[in-house]
Design a protein around this ligand. Structure first.
Ligand code: HEM
Ligand SMILES: [Ca+2]
Length: 629
């Protein structure tokens, strides 16, 4: 049982999670004079370091803020914001676009079509990947009656009256104008720092912000800035902070349970302080968060035994580096293969199957920033794979119980009830995901964040609305961007979608040109080998290529030997890192798992003992004292 060493980790719990106040964590930025001119060129003073910074800065040495939090999303297509105050983008005849809730209810209907091949891990791990890559700033608000421009702290921008482009002007730090009662924030303006905004056109100035690192760096486990990162460290042994209850380690309790876990029935329930503010959103997400915390600590413990001369910082950074590498391996060589298709990925050079050497594909000219077409459309498509009920499964693979998702949003207490944690993890591996199609579960299209009410909100309607908030290019524009044939009429759509859906689109939209990307993209017939159609595939391949070749620390990169793994280490990660092993090693008492944990158990993928699964050989990280100067 470990006590946390508070002397080395200043605690900022109460402001760390939840509303985002004081959250950018970069005091230098906060003290920046308000008169900094817009669009100044950035001077780089990056030093090369062996380890990633917490906020991703200096990953790109010439463009230090690429991929860092509080930066605008990247655009693939021309933005398409409303051109008058208080309005959303218009349909081509000048009328309103169809109501997003109506689209959701009419098209994304609640029919249950269950996967025959992929387990619920395929869905749930996806949310982990999504939360590593992006988080839109500000409160989550769908349709606004009377929008005002706000910064990511939820303060009104003084230039709110200059709608609709929410002109970017710096405002004094610590500005304290709060949103008046009855008003809500429109969440896309950056008002505290002028650095590195790429001013090429007015729409860039109104770009939505993401507040997490766009790199695949487990920012959701480690935090997005130094202050947050330190607050969740134990301060000794290189470990992340955990507390022991009922004989097991759990992440620390958040300081603001009412905000971070609005679903709790009592303030005595667990609500965890994690690297990402969304970590308590649903118990199966939280379970995977805890798996990653445990993996870090498992590696840290092994490294400190192997290298007793390493201090807390060295162990922590090395364990972090290995855990991130394992995750990148799982994501590119296990998880994304399912969504995007192995051949599609290999053709576009996202993966190098059976490679035994380094892959030196880092390209300093590529930004790893997240496209809004990815975050607000393509990657959200996989909300379709969410199941409304979660099976809790015992070690004998017997159903212990089945829980309703909407009973447990923002209420992780389920994990600490009996064997809840292990049972949920086994459930994710044993239960089938919902199919990737136009059918959605009512637990998220009617009951999202239901709490103790009789119904909740509609995630699909939010996705569509968010696409409009973010001014996404239309479905047709993105097809053009992706060099796909462009439909002129609804009839042309029949080549790529089912007749019934084309008919529905025609009933809802005035013109084929008005179809929202979120909607059209989700209805396309899948590309062979993939779980999405060609437009979303194009967006996702580009995105996952960029965060690979735009990441100087990508685990397969061997160009810079101060950063690179040794070849034996790299090949051990390639051989030993897997979803199955990750779950085995970090559950409490999970002894059996199928080799391919994203795939359902079958004759070809039967349960095996955990210790039969390949593992990363951590002794390769043993360093002799002699070499350690
Ligand atoms: C239990 C399962 C999940 C729930 C309840 C859930 C819920 C949500 C909610 C409430 C939002 C914010 C909506 C908004 O205000 O615009 C969101 C955003 C998002 N979700 Fe999910 N989600 C789940 C799983 C997934 C999965 C499996 C993926 C992808 C594989 C995913 C990808 C995303 C992405 C990319 C965003 C946008 C993030 C950002 O940039 O802000 N989610 N989700
Ligand atoms: Ca990240």
């Amino acid at each position: 049982l470990r006590e946390r060493d508070t002397s080395t980790t200043p605690l900022i719990q109460s402001t760390l999670m939840g509303d985002g106040v004081d959250y950018d964590g970069d005091s230098e930025k906060e003290n920046e004079p308000s008169s900094v001119p817009i669009c100044t060129a950035h001077q780089s003073n990056c030093k090369k370091t062996r380890y990633r910074s917490y906020d991703g800065s200096c990953n790109n040495l010439a463009n230090p803020t690429w991929g860092t939090p509080n930066n605008p999303y990247e655009n693939m297509a021309q933005s398409n914001y409303a051109d008058v105050v208080n309005s959303w983008p218009k349909a081509s005849d000048g009328a309103s676009l169809p109501n997003t809730r109506e689209i959701s209810m009419y098209i994304f209907i609640p029919k249950h079509e269950i996967e025959h091949k992929w387990s619920l891990n395929t869905q749930q791990w996806g949310q982990i990947v999504a939360h590593d890559l992006s988080l839109t700033a500000g409160p989550n608000v769908a349709k606004l009656e009377s929008p005002v421009c706000c910064d990511y702290n939820g303060h009104i921008a003084p230039d709110a009256h200059t709608h609709p482009l929410c002109h970017y002007i710096p405002i004094p730090p610590n500005d304290d104008v709060h949103v008046p009662e009855g008003k809500q924030c429109m969440n896309f303006i950056r008002t505290t720092s002028t650095k590195d905004i790429n001013c090429t056109g007015p729409n860039d100035l109104a770009a939505p912000l993401s507040v997490v690192t766009s790199y695949m760096d487990l920012s959701l486990t480690y935090g997005n800035d130094e202050r947050h990162a330190k607050a969740i460290r134990e301060g000794s042994g290189g470990r992340l902070w955990t507390t022991v209850r009922n004989g097991y380690e759990w992440p620390p309790q958040t300081g603001n349970i009412k905000k971070d876990c609005i679903g709790v029935h009592s303030t005595d329930e667990p609500c965890y302080l994690l690297g990402d503010t969304r970590g308590n959103q649903s118990p199966q997400l939280t379970a995977l968060h805890i798996i990653l915390v445990n993996e870090h600590n498992r590696i840290a413990d092994a490294l400190s035994t192997l290298n007793p001369h390493w201090d807390d910082e060295k162990i922590y950074q090395e364990a972090r580096r290995i855990t991130i590498a394992e995750t990148q391996r799982i994501n590119y060589y296990e998880y994304l293969l399912i969504l995007l298709g192995k051949n599609n990925m290999a053709d576009k050079k996202l993966i190098y199957p059976n490679h035994k050497n380094y892959v030196n594909d880092y390209n300093p000219n590529v930004s790893a920033a997240i496209y809004k077409e990815h975050a607000s459309a393509a990657f959200r498509h996989f909300h379709t794979m969410i199941r409304g009920y979660l099976n809790l499964i015992t070690e004998d693979r017997i159903l212990a119980k089945s829980v309703r998702l909407s009973d447990w949003f923002n209420r992780p207490a389920l994990l600490e009830k009996g064997d809840g944690f292990d049972d949920l993890i086994r459930g994710l591996s044993y239960q089938a995901a919902d199919k990737s199609d136009e059918y959605w579960d009512l637990e998220i299209t009617r009951n999202l964040f239901r709490g103790n009410r009789s119904s909740g909100v509609d995630l699909r309607a939010m996705d569509i609305q968010r696409g409009r908030d973010h001014g996404l290019g239309t479905y047709v524009e993105l097809r053009a961007h992706c060099d796909l044939p462009v439909p002129d009429t609804f009839k042309d759509l029949k080549e790529y979608m089912s007749r019934e859906n084309v008919k529905k689109l025609e009933e809802l939209y005035v013109s084929v040109e008005d179809i929202d990307l979120v909607v059209g993209g989700s209805l396309e017939k899948h590309v062979p080998g993939a779980l999405v159609g060609p437009t979303f595939l194009c967006i996702l391949l580009q995105q996952f290529l960029n965060i690979r070749i735009g990441d100087r620390y990508f685990y397969e990169n061997g160009k810079d030997q101060d950063i690179a793994f040794t070849l034996p280490q790299l090949n051990s990660i390639r051989h030993g890192a897997s979803m199955a092993r990750l779950l085995c090693d970090n559950g409490h008492n999970i002894k059996w798992m199928q080799r391919r944990a994203f795939e359902l158990v079958s004759d070809e993928n039967s349960l095996v003992r955990c210790d039969e699964l390949p593992a990363v050989n951590l002794t390769l990280w043993q360093e002799s004292r002699r070499n350690n100067n």
